[in-house]
Write a protein that binds this ligand. Structure first.
Ligand code: G3P
Ligand code: CA
Length: 252
């Protein structure tokens, strides 16, 4: 098992020094492959992204699986809640073009082998998976992936718990609105990253987070207007559903 060349923390430091944002494949390369499948992540990696982002849920028997929704209907041929199925049941489903829904461990392995950073979004809203944070830290520790992974969540208590469980983990809080005090939110959650929708970012926010020692990572940057806003605001990482079209523009 060859270790990846650098940690997520170093990736972010390099990006700051070079003035070039990290570009991430959001759910892999969902513009061209079924979202959150191994082929989607491989495709994004082949295109040259710095990081891949995936969404994590827990099966009824406590296994960490990669899928976006709490329910199966939109992205698989199954139905009902992810958390009400065993891993064996989930793995028998088609997550798109005949591919199974990946185990988190498989995505970790792909990230390690390819040397790209991994960003894991923990889906703890609206449904809550008891024990997910402990299971995630245990798995990243077993796989030697603690320092190669950033873990983010809209559930700020979950982000805080992850940092308390494993202080070496890079953690971040997701946010859809533009709060009065983003740095205060980060401090409350013990977070390293502030991760807003790009439209909830502005230059002052980026400046404030940087001044507080944090980094800013934005998501769903999928068109030229969003790219232009990122160039003005200068976040540290940018996640896109369309890495083929936008990778070079974002690094330009
Ligand atoms: O990376 C954060 C972003 O993925 C949050 O939104 O709904 O695409 O998981 P969502
Ligand atoms: Ca996500």
């Amino acid at each position: 098992m060859a270790p990846p060349p650098i940690s997520v923390r170093e990736l972010y430091q390099r990006s700051r020094l070079s003035g070039t944002p990290l570009v991430g494949g959001h759910r892999g390369n969902p513009a061209e492959r079924p979202e959150n499948t191994l082929s989607s992540f491989r495709s994004a990696i082949e295109l040259g992204v710095d990081m891949i982002e995936c969404d994590v849920h827990m099966s009824g028997d406590g296994q960490l699986v990669v899928i976006h929704d709490h329910t199966l209907e939109r992205t698989t041929n199954g139905s009902g809640f992810v958390g009400q199925h065993t891993l064996a049941e989930l793995r028998a489903l088609d997550a798109g073009e005949g591919e199974p829904l990946p185990l988190l461990a498989e995505v970790c392995e792909l990230s390690r082998e390819s040397g790209v950073g991994l960003c894991i979004e923990v889906k703890q809203n609206p449904l809550h998976y008891a024990g997910l944070e402990e299971a995630l830290v245990a798995q990243l520790t077993d796989l030697g992936m603690v320092e190669q992974t950033a873990v983010i969540s809209f559930n700020h208590a979950s982000a805080r718990q992850l940092k308390e469980l494993e202080p070496r983990l890079t953690t971040g809080i997701l946010e859809g609105a533009r709060p009065i005090d983003p740095v205060g939110l980060m401090r409350g959650a013990l977070a390293d990253l502030y991760a807003p929708h790009y439209g909830a970012m502005d230059p002052e926010l980026v400046e404030d987070v940087h001044a507080a020692g944090g980094a800013v990572g934005v998501w769903i940057v999928d068109d030229d207007a969003a790219v232009a806003w990122c160039k003005l605001c200068r976040p540290d990482s940018v996640f896109t559903n369309r890495p083929r079209e936008l990778l070079l523009k974002l690094r330009d």
